[in-house]
Design a protein around this ligand. Structure first.
Ligand code: DAT
Ligand code: MG
Length: 142
């Protein structure tokens, strides 16, 4: 069974959309293995998105991700990484398919409600960034 990391971003938590987004995640067959509310600092947000350090939007991204509480969630499902990317839709909500989380709730490319890992390798690194093994429920789905 594969795992991925979702993060409900500050726009999601401040707009009281946590329940609606988790509803879509569960309806799509993902099992929640762990979650918690976290307030990132600019330093920890910068570390999480270090791969984007040279991009023009990096400082805007770090500022946004440290502007409020976020809810990282460890998810498990067969083909979790790719299926979660499909469920959230394109980075820019205007380009995201109808029915995706970003198309439904996101306001812009920067404030786009939710993060999803882009590979199983990065998912493992990102899960370890937020969670210790003993914080994760032992059994996944099936
Ligand atoms: P994704 O979150 O779809 O994996 P990404 O990894 O390319 O997208 O970028 C990480 C985040 O950075 C993205 O969710 C929102 C922000 N971002 C990306 N491109 C942006 C842009 N052109 N302008 C503003 N923010 C951007
Ligand atoms: Mg990405």
């Amino acid at each position: 069974m594969e795992r991925t990391l979702a993060i409900l971003k500050p726009d999601c938590t401040s707009r009281n959309l946590i329940g609606k987004v988790i509803d879509k995640i569960e309806a799509a067959g993902f099992k929640i293995l762990g979650t918690k509310l976290v307030r990132l600092t600019e330093t920890t947000a910068g570390e999480f998105y270090a791969v984007h350090r040279e991009r023009p939007f990096y400082s805007e991204l770090v500022e946004f991700m440290s502007s409020g509480t976020v809810l990282p969630i460890v998810l498990e499902k067969q083909n979790a990484v790719a299926d979660f990317r499909t469920l959230i839709g394109a980075t820019d909500p205007a380009e995201a398919e109808v029915g995706t989380i970003r198309r439904e709730y996101a306001e812009s490319k920067g404030m786009n409600i939710v993060h999803g890992s882009d590979s199983p390798e990065n998912a493992a690194v990102e899960i370890a960034f937020f969670f210790s093994t003993k914080e994760l429920a032992e059994n996944g789905c099936e």
